[in-house]
Design a protein around this ligand. Structure first.
Ligand SMILES: [Zn+2]
Ligand SMILES: [Zn+2]
Length: 188
C-alpha cells in the first residue's frame, strides 16, 4: 500500500441514518456536518461530535496547515476540510482533564504560565493556552480578534479549570470590585 496516497484520500465520518459521508458545506455554518445523500433524513450534526479521532492532526508546534491556515489541536478536520468554527468535543474534555493547551495539545504543566480568554464573564471554550499559543490565537482567530476589546486575558494555573473556571471568575470579580473596572489582562 502506498501510504502517501492513502493519506491523501479524505475519509469522512459516516451518517448514522444511511452510512453515507458526513461533510462540511463550505457555504454554510462550519460548525455542522451534513449527509451527502440529498434524500437522507439526517439533518446535520455538530462537526465536533462526529470527528474521526485518529485522523486528526497530532499535538505539537508549529501546527500543520490546511486551507492556508494553521490548525489548532482542538479544531476538527472533517475529511479534506476544516471545521474552523467547531471544537473537537473529545479533545476539549481531554485538555481540561489533563491540563493540555487547546492550540498545540502539549502539556501546560511543563511551563509556568497558561492563559485563558474571558468574554462577558465566561471563559472561552476550549480551555487554557501557552502564552505563545494565545498570541497565535489572538492573531488568527476571527472571533477573538473581533471581541478583543471586550476580552480579558487571565493567567491561570492547574486546578483553575474546576467548576467551570470558578476560580478565574472569582479573581476577575474581586479585581473588578477593588478597581471599579475590568483589566485587559490579569496575571496571577
Ligand atoms: Zn445519510
Ligand atoms: Zn500550546
Amino acid at each position: 500500500m502506498c501510504t502517501q496516497q492513502w493519506a491523501a484520500i479524505p475519509v469522512f465520518p459516516s451518517c448514522p441514518e444511511c452510512g453515507g459521508d458526513l461533510q462540511l458545506r463550505p457555504e454554510e455554518d462550519l460548525r455542522y456536518v451534513y449527509c451527502v445523500r440529498g434524500t437522507c433524513p439526517f439533518n446535520g450534526d455538530n462537526a465536533g461530535d462526529v470527528v474521526i479521532q485518529h485522523l486528526q492532526p497530532d499535538e505539537g508546534w508549529p501546527r500543520p496547515e490546511m486551507e492556508g491556515r494553521k490548525i489548532p489541536w482542538i479544531t476538527p478536520v472533517i475529511g479534506d476540510r476544516v471545521a474552523w468554527a467547531a471544537l473537537n468535543g473529545a479533545r476539549v474534555r481531554e485538555a481540561l482533564r489533563h491540563w493540555l493547551c487547546q492550540v498545540c495539545g502539549e502539556s501546560l504543566d511543563r511551563r509556568s504560565r497558561a492563559w485563558v480568554a474571558v468574554f462577558e464573564g465566561v471563559v472561552a471554550e476550549g480551555g487554557a493556552m501557552h502564552k505563545r499559543c494565545f498570541a497565535f490565537s489572538a492573531a488568527a482567530c476571527p472571533a477573538l480578534r473581533k471581541e478583543r476589546a471586550r476580552t480579558v486575558v487571565v493567567e491561570v494555573r492547574h486546578g483553575d479549570q474546576r467548576n467551570a473556571w470558578e476560580a478565574v471568575i472569582g479573581r476577575l470579580i474581586a479585581h473588578g470590585m477593588s478597581h471599579g473596572q475590568l483589566p485587559d489582562s490579569l496575571p496571577l
